[in-house]
Design a protein around this ligand. Structure first.
Ligand code: 5GP
Ligand code: MN
Length: 324
């Protein structure tokens, strides 16, 4: 039996369902969990939405996002199904969830994902590295369950596509992406409304942060690897948080001739989170995996400890090796 059929059978036998997605959630993470849960509610399931980091302000327009909780403390398990969507493994959803998924509160763990980096102990693991977004996989699952794609579901799934394909611009955009998007527009998703909510709704503080980040732009002598960084001082000077760095890696990526672009973001102390983007020559999922992270061939992430110059040279060395 295919993993999709196994899942449909399991859903048929289940009542209580918990759904999460990866930490620092993006549009695909939240749109996927919400659309899946809204569909399951139509099948009379009890659904709880959880994300360790809650909902970033820029995504609070997503229908039903106010129902997402950020702690598992008060939940009464067990759950028949615990879903981790847009996650290569439970670790991507944070330590609290990882523990929960191993406990007696989780009767069946299901992962639905499209990342290259993988490895999990889920009871059902549905993986499609060709899917433009995890949301498109949720769309297929809901269709196979005969769930009506209503306006709220369509807005959530449409956002997953816009978010992960860079508005139909990246190499993960296929004819299927447009076909599903067209069906979602027919079902009520409004492209201009969603685009405005995502891209014309930035808090001024984010632009103040951009002003501090632009001078950190650094490019290797060969002009193929470009990076910027954001440190704690910049965050505190502008009253911003990591949420406000969303999309910033597109600044170095936009430069002519650049093959790999990076954003280094300071977390706690000497911990840095790195966003990697490739224009095609280098598989950045492999680079990130070398540092314990992962992702897609053209968009990946990892964490490293050290001073900014140490961390930067370590990652650049690894990319230079890959560039040959
Ligand atoms: P972003 O740079 O936007 O945070 O992440 C880019 C892509 O890499 C996303 O698909 C994200 O899920 C994945 N990613 C980011 N950080 C990590 C990480 O630490 N581990 C893994 N496995 N994937 C990551
Ligand atoms: Mn995704």
């Amino acid at each position: 039996m295919s993993e999709y059929n196994k899942l449909n059978e399991l859903i048929g036998q289940s009542k209580k369902i918990l759904i999460t997605s990866h930490e620092n959630p993006d549009g695909d993470a939240l749109g996927s969990m919400l659309s899946l849960g809204l569909g399951l509610l139509k099948l009379n399931k009890e659904v709880v939405f959880y994300n360790k980091d809650g909902v970033p302000e820029i995504l609070d327009f997503l229908p039903h996002s106010e129902e997402i909780i950020d702690s598992l403390d008060s939940l009464s398990g067990p759950f028949d199904i615990v879903f981790a969507v847009d996650c290569s493994g439970t670790y991507r959803a944070g330590k609290e969830f990882e523990r929960y998924a191993k406990s007696e509160n989780c009767l069946n763990l299901v992962i639905i994902d499209h990342h290259e980096t993988t490895g999990s102990n889920a009871d059902i693991h549905i993986l499609d590295t060709n899917a433009s977004s995890t949301g498109i996989m949720i769309y297929r699952i809901l269709k196979s369950l005969d769930v009506e794609i209503d306006e709220s579901i369509s807005k959530n799934i449409y956002t997953t596509i816009i978010s992960d394909t860079g508005s139909f611009n990246y190499s993960n955009t296929s004819s299927e992406t447009f076909r599903v998007a067209a069906e979602l527009v027919d079902a009520g998703a409004d492209p201009s409304e969603i685009s405005q909510a995502l891209y014309e709704n930035e808090p001024l503080r984010k632009l103040e942060l951009f002003k501090l980040v632009i001078p950190t732009l650094d490019i290797t002598p060969g002009k193929t690897i470009a990076s910027i960084f954001v440190d704690k001082e910049m965050f505190s000077e502008t009253g911003t948080t990591r949420e406000d760095t969303e999309g910033m890696v597109n600044i170095p990526r936009s430069i002519k001739g650049v093959q790999v672009a990076m954003l280094f973001r300071q977390e706690k102390g000497e911990d840095w989170k790195i966003s990697l983007r490739s224009k095609g020559q280098v598989n950045v999922a492999k680079i990130a995996e070398g540092f314990g992270g992962g992702g897609h061939a053209r968009a990946a992430g990892c964490s490293l400890k050290g001073s900014i110059s140490e961390v930067k040279s370590e990652v650049i060395r690894s990319i230079e090796e890959a560039l040959g």
